[in-house]
Structures are given as C-alpha cells and as structure tokens.
Design a protein around this ligand. Structure first.
Ligand code: PBG
Length: 326
C-alpha cells in the first residue's frame, strides 16, 4: 500500500467521499447536559468561568431542561447548591433538599428526559470535602452511609439514575444495597469510576461552591499518572453493581477511555469537564481559535476514544450544530 499505488487523499477530495469513509459519528443521543440548582425563585446567576451556564432556581431549571429536551438531548445531570452547609452534609440527604426538590419538579413537568443526580457530599459539607472529616482525615467508611442515604433520597424523589462522584472505596456496593432494600432495584448507577484529581475541575468548584477549605482531594481522587489503577477502580465498580462507568476528565484521559472501552463491556461515559469547556471558551473569546470547531473536534475525539455518552457543558451548542447537519 505504498505511494504512488495508495493515495489516501483520493478519498478525501470532497465532502461526500469524506462522509462515506467517516468512522465515528457524534449524535445528540450521546450528550448529557449538567445543570446547577439553587434555592429561590427566578434565580439565574451567571457562572463567570462557564459562559452560558448559570446557577438556576427550580423554576428556571425546569425551563432549561425543556430547552435541552426540545433539542433532542436525552439526559441532564443535576448538581445542587444548598443554602446550608454543615460537617455531615445533612442537606445532601434532606427530603426537601435542593436536588430532591428539583428532581420532583423535573419529573412532574418535563416529559421524556432522563434525570441523573450527582451523589456527593462536597457541595453540602462546610469544609468542602467529598466525605466526612475525622481528625483532619477524610473517613471512608463513615462516608459510605451518608452517600447511600443521599442516593436513596434522590431515588425517593424520583431520580432516573444516581451518579456517585465521591471516589470513596465501596460506595457503589453501599448505594446498590440501599436502593435494592428499599424497592429501587430498577434505579441504575452511573459511577464516576475512574475519576482523577484534576485541575480541570476548577470552574465547576466556583459554580457549585464546593472547593475544599483545606488540603486537596488527592487522598480519594486518582493520581493522573496512573492507568492500571483506573482498570482496578473500574473493575471494582462493575463488580459492586455499576450499570454505566465513567471516566473523568475526558480530554486529559482519552487513553483511559480507550483502555476502559477495550477491557469492560458496560456502557462507558466520559465527562468533558468544566475546565475543558472553559479553556475553549476563553481561547474563542480571545480570538485564538474557533470555539465551535474546537468543540466539535473535542467531542468527536472523546467519542472516537470509545465513550458511548459524553457529559458536556457544550451539550446545547453541540446539539444545535448536529441538528443543523441533519
Ligand atoms: C463532585 C464533582 C466534581 C465534578 C463533578 N462532581 C468536582 C470535584 O470533584 O471537585 C467536576 C465536574 C466538572 O469539573 O465539570 N465531587
């Protein structure tokens, strides 16, 4: 197949040829839109580092979810920002907590949309860690019960799927047990299985007001230098009962997405995180690149690496592009 017999450019010479040999396709079916819910009415606080995204009160989340649904996006991922934080994250599992209220409103008012709820304590603890702190240490086993209670309260509010993002050991099994014991055996778990300790979560922590007040998350989130460990993490979550496994972040972990896709036969999600979104938005604003092209290239790269679905702050913009192409 050497030149001049093989000329790869023959099949690139026009868009129809290119369409015919295109190996990967992105569809609105692949997209999941993250949303941030706050207390109040009529609230729409812009998030500075995430242009086009807002902290929204329940009434506005409902509107935003309808827009997403009308664009053909099949699912949203919900994060809550409570009014009250405390050491045991009690607002995370309160019956009338912000996520629980939002889920009830979404399930009542927006038909044909999958509601996924992020299960973690960091938005609800006053210290900002994803677990219970005992003597300055994030206690794994003391956290498990609170995570299970949180997931159960989301299921009771009507969530379609829970997504634990805390990275405590054993939390998928704990959540699965709590759901099953309470009649929610049909509620799936999307686990943030290989979640790295990443600088790319920075804008999210502004949006969710969840930055740790001391230390960092390196004792529970993964070291970006490791990939075999990702396989161990993912395998554990599969054995504990996860239905979908997630790799996060996405662009900094395309090799991990590929590796997980090769080794595991469950659906794989990838989280194109806040910092990956913010970088493209910032460069576009400066005129340093074409944001729309960079967005589409990033999403197709994540898909090509092996992701079946992509959580992305670009979901609405990408859906619009894909709908135009149809
Ligand atoms: C909560 C959580 C985080 C993200 C999703 N769930 C932040 C973190 O771990 O500090 C990050 C998402 C993003 O950056 O878009 N644990």
């Amino acid at each position: 197949m050497l030149f001049p017999d093989y000329r790869p450019r023959r099949l690139r010479q026009n868009e129809n040829f290119r369409r015919m040999i295109r190996e990967t396709r992105l569809s609105v079916d692949d997209l999941i839109l993250p949303l941030f819910s706050v207390e109040g009415k009529g609230v729409r606080n812009p998030i500075a580092s995430m242009p086009g995204h807002f902290q929204l009160s329940v009434d506005n989340i409902v509107k935003e979810a309808m827009v997403a649904r009308d664009l053909g996006i099949p699912a949203v991922m919900l994060f809550g920002i409570p009014d009250k934080k405390d050491p045991l994250a009690t607002s995370a599992y309160a019956k009338n907590g912000i996520v629980q209220k939002t889920v009830r409103a979404l399930k009542k008012k927006v038909k044909d949309l999958v509601v996924i709820t992020d299960v973690c304590l960091c938005e609800y603890t006053d210290h900002g860690h994803c677990g219970v702190v005992q003597d300055g240490i994030i206690s794994n086993d003391a956290t498990l019960d609170l995570l299970a209670r949180t997931a159960l309260s989301h299921a009771e509010a009507g969530t379609d799927m829970v997504a634990p993002s805390d990275m405590m050991d054993g939390r998928v099994a704990g959540i699965r047990d709590a759901l099953d014991e309470n009649g929610f055996e049909s509620t799936p778990i999307m686990s943030y299985a290989a979640k790295y300790c990443s600088a790319f979560y920075y804008p999210f922590r502004q949006a969710a007001e969840s930055a740790p007040k001391f230390g960092d998350r390196r004792t529970y989130q993964m070291d970006p230098a490791n990939s075999l460990e990702a396989i161990r993490e993912v395998t554990m979550d599969v054995e504990e009962g996860a239905d979908i496994i997630m790799v996060k972040p996405a662009l900094a972990c395309l090799d991990i997405i590929w590796r997980v896709r090769e080794e595991i036969d469950l659906p794989v999600a990838a989280y194109n995180v806040s910092g990956e979104f913010a970088m493209i938005k910032a460069a576009d604003k400066l005129g340093w690149l074409n944001g729309k092209q960079a967005m589409m290239e990033s999403l197709i790269a994540i898909k090509r690496a092996g992701a079946d679905m992509i959580l992305t702050y670009f979901a609405k913009e990408a859906a619009k592009e894909l709908n135009i192409d149809d």
